[in-house]
Ligand binder design. Structure first.
Ligand SMILES: *Cc1c(COP(=O)(O)O)cnc(C)c1O
Length: 407
């Protein structure tokens, strides 16, 4: 998006505000489907938790993708957005049997990731086919906060427990129609991913009624210059070849599934904030913005790097800034970052603000969550209003509490 468009949005809708460029989401979707065009049946289920505004869900659904969901509330959002239940997969972790049953009754594909629930569900509902989430015990990517396929991870049923799954299937008469893995958030090395896939293929041969194999996600996008992003084209070529061979051996054309979140929406997002104050200290120059980790937690939570640009003055000379939020505790977005000279009142943009940004926002410090705007076909569409004071107090109950005076 161009600076002038971003500035006009900040002017019209105020700051801070999230902006999403629909064209970028569409082009990322097309890149992924093109990379896998030689797979007979490809199914992309967008991971709703990355960015769950219903306008985004509608956009992605109109491209032909389904949804990957982790809570019944996400399922309901998807249905509200017009997504058919059969295009939704439910991949929760640690939720109750009741929630899984409720989602299954809506006609959504269930993906179960532990033996206890698998046995209980299969005993009660042997006629509802389920997918199983397998943990291949492969560490894809180096950050343990976002790697969920390794040995100590709480996710998935260990690949070593396949015999136990088979026993549950035999005892209950249930059907396993899909097998799934999701190794983490970073496919840094395609060969490591292919290695994990081999383990999944190997596990898959144990199940005779499969309709699909779901490889989860982990597509990495660049957050700054020089970052390694997943080479989707090379990845597509390698996995397609291997998958097609598997289908031939299996004797059936299965659906190849993915659940991209970050890949589809990260780079489409810009988070606009206004610089309230420039504060020169003995050691650095702080640029204090009208937002904080209540609205964008990734830098503080994951040490994530988000590029920051001065959209008000894109041609000024570069200086070094520490960009900090307005929350009353340490709230650092960036340290010693080269940014075009900032004056108070300027609008800065945080890039890669599409995935896990608004969806992780809170009301900490009793601030309102920001507005969201979708830039689509050359026009700005408000897709979420900024919260108001009424939103903050809506569920609070004002009871009469007093403490008697003590002497
Ligand atoms: C979060 C999640 C995804 C999406 O991961 P990204 O890194 O955003 O692509 C996919 N599948 C499951 C099961 C998830 O929990």
């Amino acid at each position: 998006m161009e600076n002038a468009q971003l500035l006009a949005i900040a002017k019209e809708y105020g700051s801070p505000v999230y902006v999403y460029d629909s064209a970028k989401i569409v082009s990322q979707y097309n890149r992924l489907t093109t990379a896998f065009k030689k797979v007979k049946q490809l199914k992309l289920n967008y991971a709703v938790k990355a960015l769950s505004n219903i306008a985004i869900l509608k956009l992605i659904n109109s491209l032909g993708a389904g949804l990957d969901t982790v809570s019944i509330q996400e399922v309901k959002l998807g249905i509200l957005a017009g997504v058919a239940p059969e295009h939704i997969i439910f991949t929760p972790n640690g939720v109750s049997l009741e929630e899984i049953e409720e989602v299954a009754a809506m006609g959504v594909q269930i993906n179960i990731d532990n033996l206890s629930i698998l046995e209980q569900f299969g005993t009660k509902h042997p006629n509802i086919p389920v997918c199983v989430r397998v943990n291949p015990h492969v560490m894809a990517g180096g950050n343990s906060k976002i790697s969920v396929g390794h040995i100590d991870s709480k996710f998935g049923i260990s690949v070593h427990q396949i015999p136990h799954i088979l026993r549950i299937v035999a005892n209950t008469g249930m059907t396993i129609n899909g097998i799934h893995m999701h190794t983490g958030s970073d496919i840094l090395d395609i060969d490591v991913f292919i290695y994990a896939s081999e383990i999944l293929f190997d596990a898959a041969t144990n199940f005779k009624d499969l309709d699909f194999i779901d490889f989860g996600s982990g597509f990495k996008v660049a957050y700054k210059e020089g970052d390694i992003a997943t080479n989707i084209e090379e990845f597509g070529e390698k996995l397609t070849k291997r998958f097609n061979k598997f289908c031939k051996d299996y004797g059936k054309d299965l659906v190849l599934g993915f659940e991209p979140g970050k890949f589809l929406v990260s780079e489409a997002g810009f988070f606009l904030a206004k610089v309230n104050v420039i504060k020169q200290t003995t050691s650095t120059v702080f640029a204090g913005v009208d937002t904080g980790f209540n609205h964008l937690i990734r830098p503080m939570f994951y040490d994530s790097h988000h590029e920051i640009i001065n959209v008000s003055k894109p041609n000024g000379k570069e200086r070094f800034y520490s960009v900090v939020g307005y929350i009353c505790e340490t709230d650092t977005f960036a340290t010693n970052r080269r940014i075009r000279e900032i004056t108070e009142g300027d609008i800065v943009a945080f890039k890669n603000a599409g995935a896990y940004c608004f969806s992780m926002a809170s009301n900490y410090n009793s601030r309102y969550r920001p507005a969201e705007v979708l830039w689509h076909n050359g026009k700005a569409h408000l897709i979420r209003k900024r919260e108001t004071f009424d939103d903050l107090i809506q569920n609070q109950i004002d009871v009469d509490i007093t403490v008697a005076e003590t002497v």
